[in-house]
Write a protein that binds this ligand. Structure first.
Ligand code: NIG
Ligand code: FE
Length: 424
């Protein structure tokens, strides 16, 4: 039995209470359920009480002597941040392509000439499982140092069964050994391998008949994602792949309308996807259909920023009633960032979201986007004690002072894992 943990008198305790069943939508995203001077009582990794300091001190009076105390005076306390869309497990980097893009080449041109996703696929196929683990764990450390306590990780740099499984095993090992919680997504449909260029449907068949059944049988993923994009997977192929995943218990996700409008948002609504991600070029009709079906829009403003494209219209999506989540899209090509805090700033500056909305998008809605809303993403009784203490007096300062890591302490399942800028 570890000691109870009492985090006391936060200048703002952003609880996001009351949203464990469903993501926040519309005006609900503005209400962070803040308790000023609020405190948290934690036992065995679980939040036991949340609220005014005096109330909690009275309620737990008999255990006070024995508790570990953390003074959060002057600090903002939030749920652990959640990143619901990353390509965490990969080998190699692509700074030369960044240079090519700055000299005028486009993302798709680079990919179609064998770079882009193909370059990372080659590096990932060639990398040992141990190297992949080490490099991914180092990235995960950075996420944690910046306040992220749950991360989704996709495969998709294998494009053959062996390497896809290798990536997913690395994610599984990280889930077992790293403090950050991982949620795995199979994304064999990330690109058409070059040897299938003349017959892409044969690769779709391989995904459907071999990869998905194997991944499901081994229990290596919960979600199934596809890059539905002109020149990659068509909406018809994407639909087949997502439906095949559903037949094997994998929940659908979709990289939708990123580079060109392709009715990806409409498809997400049609197949009942948990989330549609990117959506830079989503149609008004698609956004409306997502709102009707409750599909979460996972927006990735770091990708638009780094590809020098116009961001998705987060403002319009929220106003239409779509629940919005935010994510880094961490990957070596279109968004090599490891900072969910930077993404939150971009959410405000580039997508017209307010500081309250971006905090909701990076916590409870992000948790719902990976089906973890019942477990994390808010500070309420019974939930996992994943907590961030920021060295800031209020949540607006978090997005306002950008490009700085404001984390003072990170608590994961009731245990301090980051303190004073270091992993402990
Ligand atoms: O989400 N759009 C497709 N996939 C990734 C990029 C992958 C890469 O360039 O390596 C994305 O942006
Ligand atoms: Fe992505």
């Amino acid at each position: 039995m570890t000691k109870p943990l009492f985090i006391r008198r936060a200048s703002q305790l952003a609880t996001l209470k009351g949203s464990s069943q469903k993501p926040l939508a519309g005006d609900q995203m503005k209400d962070l359920r803040i308790v000023e001077g609020g405190s948290l009582w934690i036992e065995d990794g679980v939040i036991i009480s949340v609220g005014a300091d005096e109330e909690l001190a009275a309620k737990h009076r008999s255990q006070l002597q024995n508790a570990e105390l953390i003074d959060a005076d002057g600090c903002l306390v939030t749920p652990g941040l959640v990143d619901p869309h990353t390509h965490l497990v990969f080998a190699g980097t692509r700074e030369d392509e960044f240079d090519m893009r700055l000299n005028g080449a486009t993302y798709m041109e680079i990919m179609n000439s064998g770079g882009g996703i193909y370059a990372t696929t080659k590096a990932t196929q060639e990398a040992s499982e141990e190297l992949l683990y080490k490099e991914s764990a180092a990235r995960l450390d950075q996420f944690l140092l910046q306040g992220v306590t749950t991360v989704e990780a996709k495969s998709g740099y294998g494009l053959n069964l062996e390497t896809e499984l290798k990536q997913l095993r690395v994610a599984q090992r990280l889930q077992n050994e790293h403090a950050v919680d991982l949620v795995s997504t199979f994304m064999g449909a990330h690109a058409i391998p070059r040897e299938y260029k003349e017959n892409p449907d044969a690769f779709v068949d391989l995904i459907i008949h071999e990869m998905i059944p194997k991944v499901a049988e081994l229990g290596l993923a919960e979600f199934n994602d596809v890059f539905c994009e002109h020149g990659v997977f068509t909406p018809a192929q994407s639909k087949r792949i997502l439906e095949a995943g559903l037949d094997h218990g994998l929940h659908p996700k979709i990289h939708a309308d990123e580079i060109e409008p392709y009715e990806g948002a409409e498809l997400a609504a049609e197949v009942g996807a948990v989330s549609a991600d990117h959506l830079l070029k989503a149609s008004d009709k698609g956004i409306k259909r997502m709102a009707e079906k409750g599909v979460i829009a996972t927006l990735l403003p770091g990708t638009a920023f780094f590809l020098m494209a116009e961001s998705a219209n987060g403002r319009k999506m929220i106003d239409t009633g779509v629940p919005v989540a935010l994510s880094t899209d961490c990957n070596p090509g279109s968004s090599p960032t490891l900072s969910q805090q930077l993404i939150m700033n971009l959410g405000c500056v580039k997508m017209g979201m307010t500081p309250a909305e971006v905090l909701a998008a990076a916590t409870i809605n992000a948790a719902h986007a990976i089906k973890r809303g019942h477990l994390v993403g808010s500070l309420e009784e019974g939930k996992q004690a994943d907590v961030v203490i920021f060295d800031l007096p209020n949540y607006k300062r978090l997005q306002y002072q950008y490009g700085v890591n404001h984390v003072k302490r990170v608590i994961k399942k009731g245990r301090t894992v980051v303190h004073q800028g270091r992993l402990v």
